[in-house]
Design a protein around this ligand. Structure first.
Ligand code: BTN
Length: 250
């Protein structure tokens, strides 16, 4: 259990909670600073996509971490936040999302949350990681984008309180935070990811920086990498945009 303190700043409006916190990180802010916004004017998703959300509707939060974690394992910071987000959904809303690799939260095939992790480096050495999560509480995302939100999933049950959700997410993240500091802990996190990963067993298309591959997702390895069996052999991925094509049956 991490015994640091979360220092939560809840803002009415900001460009992007990730951008705000990266600037704070560059100025030397300590681990544990958390920024939440009712509204973002320039919210960002992965691959420089926009992340939109009407004021006051969803949980838009970023967390500053400074783990002793090598650059090649930094993606596990995002996994830790995604897993904590899934715990919070279960504990506060009674909704149990699964992970679409690397760190989307899905209910069925509908996305309820996305995670964006960005690192700050001193030369080659990572000195801070900002992990942002956009968790759909009252607004499912743009029409036609395949999203859902906790309030819709709960039907007639009372609306979900964003502060309660954030509190549980931070508690769940504190339980995992120390795992990031050593190789054994990171293996534990990867194992948790594997157990909750709905991508396994799917035929997938993965968009990478310079290419696109298709194959069957067969494993999340001990480093949290996705193994995709392609026609030209296995590929081990630390990042990528995954599309689930169909469940694979041999
Ligand atoms: C994705 O699925 O593409 C990741 C979405 C991440 C969105 C969150 S909202 C809070 C934080 N601030 C941002 O600008 N982005 C992340």
């Amino acid at each position: 259990m991490w015994h640091g303190e979360w220092d939560v700043r809840w803002l009415d409006e900001v460009s992007s909670t990730n951008d705000y916190l990266r600037e704070q990180a560059r100025q030397g802010a300590p681990e544990g600073l958390v920024v939440v916004a009712d509204h973002q004017t320039a919210g960002r998703g992965r691959l420089e996509r926009r992340w939109e959300s009407p004021p006051g509707s969803n949980l838009l939060a970023s967390v500053l971490l400074r783990p002793a974690c090598p650059a090649e394992d930094l993606h596990l910071c995002a996994a830790a936040v995604a897993l904590a987000g899934a715990d919070a959904c279960r504990e506060v809303a009674g909704v149990e999302p699964q992970l679409k690799w690397p760190n989307d939260l899905l209910v069925g095939e509908a996305k309820v949350a996305g995670v964006l992790a960005e690192a700050e480096f001193d030369g080659d050495r990572p000195v801070a990681v900002v992990v942002g999560i956009g968790l759909n509480v009252a607004w499912p995302g743009p029409a036609g984008a395949g999203g859902t939100c906790l309030d819709d999933l709960r039907g007639d049950a009372p609306p979900v309180d964003r502060r309660a959700l954030l509190d549980r997410l931070l508690e769940a993240l504190a339980r995992r935070r120390d795992l990031l500091d050593d190789a054994g802990g990171r293996r534990t996190l990867a194992g948790e990811m594997r157990r909750r990963c709905v991508t396994l067993g799917q035929e997938v298309r993965v968009v990478l920086a310079r290419e696109e591959i298709t194959g069957v997702a067969t494993e999340v390895d001990d480093a949290g990498r996705l193994v995709v069996e392609t026609a030209s052999g296995p590929r081990r991925l630390t990042a990528g945009d995954v599309v689930h094509l169909r469940r694979w049956t041999p």
